[in-house]
Each structure stands twice: as structure tokens, then as C-alpha cells.
Design a protein around this ligand. Structure first.
Ligand code: MTE
Length: 314
């Protein structure tokens, strides 16, 4: 897999998990000093979100972003195709066959077709991005993803002027994905983004994490990562992408429309009907911390939703 990274991050830093620990210490120190992390470390500017939010009114909770340990990221998962327990995917997802793997592109674009994963990996070198993932269930992680901007792929597909949304689908194969034998959801898992969300530079097609190929339980071989939205938008093991005029009906909005919407922007002010979204538990920490608007990416994305009633479009 090709990995593109900022020039001052060496190969060993990306491939050696041990060095992430050093980086964590560095991040902690730099954040304490109030440094502009992203640029100082050569990490993605997104990492700079760490430390920025610790204002007087944050309940005293630290907002320093430490990477969530690799073993937690790969063992505490939501991937209902392999069971509904958090530890089911790590135990069961080995039945997924990730090669050969293609993404079928359909709908409102000039370049529909069947795109092979290895062709995509060659064409779009993966870069490292450290993003927070905030699950709607109020836990969160900080993950060093490897991936490429979805916008790069979409640009090459030449969407027509009628394309308003992109719909994504996960593989549907109960033989490989035994959880699909139970009707927990109306399979396959479907998600969607508005075109401007899909084209946003933060939106990633991820193919790896912690310097290695994406583990099966994390959505191998290719998944979406949309860091300012609740985790359920980040659809795993994608096999199709369709440009549409109409807003796609995403799986969770279909299953529980009072609880889950299409937008799913992280918003501490809009509670889930059954629990508050004001705070979250970063996995690996005991104390709960305040949830940040747009998961802390407001500066980059708030303009996308200007004038929208976020209580109605949740
Ligand atoms: N994609 C599919 N196909 N099936 C799923 O059950 N769960 C979602 C999302 N993508 C899910 C999915 C939810 S609820 C979350 S929080 C994230 O994946 C979890 O990603 P992770 O296991 O890599 O942390």
C-alpha cells in the first residue's frame, strides 16, 4: 500500500506503533504549551484540535487528544454485520474476504464503472490523518487513519450537475457476514452524504490505521471516515457508490427515524431521545469529557450548515 505523508514524518514513525507512544507524549507536551500542534509536528492540521478546546468552561476536563491504543481501536467495534456486541467484530470478521474487492460506481456521473481496490490504492496514495471518532453511543476514540480524500475519487468520477448526494453501500453477503442473517437492520448497510460534505477535504476514504492495512473489524478493505459526524455515518466495507438527486435513506434513519437522522452532525446541544449527547467517554479514560460541537471540527465545517435548524436536521 502506498502511503503519502507529510515530509517530516519518517517511514518508521508510520509503521512502528511504539513510536506513536512517543508522539503521544509529544502531543501532550505541546498541547500543554499551547503550541500549534499540526504544523509543529507535521501531523495533519486536524491533530491540532487537541488542546484547543480546554477553555474555562469545559468543566475542567482536559481536551488533549491522545491516540486511543491500537488494541482498543481494533477490539471495541460497531460492525453489526458481525454481531451486535462490541467484541463480536474482532472475533468474527475474519470471514470477510477483502480480495478481490471492487467498488461499483453508478448514477449521476460521467465515469460509472467497476473500480478495483488495488487500482484505487495505486492511484490515490494513502496519507495519515489523526481524527476523533465520536460514536452516537457517547464513547469516542482518536485514531491515526490512513486514507485519501473522497473528493479525489469523486473528482475523477465527474459527477453531473444533477448529483446532489452520494449513497454508499456495504457488502451484502450473509455467508461472509453472518450478522446479516439476523434482521437487525434492512441489509445492506446504507449511508449517504450531501455532495458538499462528500467533497469536504476532511472526508476520508480510509484503507488503514496505525500504519497498517485496515483490520477486518474496522471496515476492511475500504471505509468512510467523516470526523464531524457521529460514527454511524462512517460506513465500512464499501462496495458501491451512487450519485443521486434525492437524499438517500440511510440505514439507521430507516430503522429508527426518531433517533437517527441523515445529517448526524456531532452536537452536544441536541440529545438523543434516550440519552444526553453533552459528554462522552474517551475509551481508555475514566472521566467523561464535554462533547464538542461538530466533534471539534466546527471551524472547518460549520459553514456547510449555516441557516439550518440543527434540531430539525439532526
Ligand atoms: N458500517 C457498517 N457497514 N456496519 C456497521 O454496523 N457501524 C457504524 C460505523 N460503520 C457500522 C458501520 C458505527 S455505529 C460506528 S461507531 C463506526 O462504524 C465504528 O467504527 P470502528 O469500529 O472502526 O471504531
Amino acid at each position: 500500500m502506498l502511503i503519502r505523508r507529510p515530509p517530516d514524518i519518517s517511514e518508521s514513525e508510520v509503521t512502528d506503533q511504539g513510536l506513536y507512544l512517543n508522539r503521544r507524549q509529544f502531543i501532550r507536551k505541546a498541547a500543554a504549551a499551547g503550541a500549534g500542534l499540526g504544523l509543529a509536528t507535521g501531523l495533519s492540521p486536524i491533530a491540532a484540535c487537541g488542546g484547543e478546546a480546554g477553555g474555562a468552561d469545559d468543566g475542567g476536563a482536559s481536551q488533549v487528544d491522545e491516540l486511543t491504543p491500537h488494541e482498543v481501536v481494533t477490539s471495541y467495534n460497531n460492525f453489526y454485520e458481525f454481531g451486535t456486541g462490541k467484541d463480536d467484530p474482532a472475533r468474527n470478521a475474519h470471514t470477510l474476504r477483502t480480495r478481490p474487492w471492487t467498488i461499483t460506481v453508478e448514477g449521476e456521473c460521467n465515469k460509472p464503472g467497476v473500480y478495483d481496490i488495488d487500482g484505487l490504492l495505486t492511484r490515490y496514495p494513502a496519507e495519515e490523518r489523526i481524527y476523533r471518532l465520536r460514536c452516537v453511543e457517547a464513547w469516542s476514540m482518536v485514531i491515526p487513519w490512513l486514507g485519501f480524500p473522497l473528493a479525489d475519487f469523486i473528482d475523477d468520477l465527474e459527477p453531473t450537475s444533477h448529483a446532489q448526494f452520494v449513497e454508499f453501500r456495504t457488502l451484502h453477503d450473509p455467508e461472509q457476514m453472518p450478522g446479516q442473517r439476523r434482521s437487525v437492520l434492512d441489509w445492506p448497510y446504507v449511508e449517504g452524504l450531501r455532495m458538499d460534505e462528500a467533497m469536504h477535504p476532511l472526508t476520508l476514504l480510509s484503507v488503514g490505521l496505525y500504519g497498517e492495512m485496515l483490520p477486518d473489524q474496522n471496515g476492511a478493505p475500504i471505509r468512510l471516515v467523516v470526523p464531524w459526524k457521529y460514527g454511524f455515518k462512517s460506513i465500512k466495507s464499501i462496495v458501491s457508490l451512487r450519485f443521486t438527486r434525492e437524499m438517500p435513506l440511510n440505514s439507521w434513519a430507516e430503522t429508527a427515524p426518531d433517533e437517527y437522522g441523515f445529517y448526524a452532525n456531532v452536537n452536544p446541544e441536541v440529545d438523543h431521545p434516550r440519552w444526553s449527547q453533552k459528554r462522552e467517554r474517551r475509551l481508555g479514560e475514566l472521566r467523561r469529557r464535554p462533547t464538542l460541537m461538530y466533534n471539534g471540527y466546527g471551524e472547518q465545517v460549520a459553514h456547510l450548515y449555516e441557516g439550518m435548524d440543527l434540531r430539525r436536521f439532526f
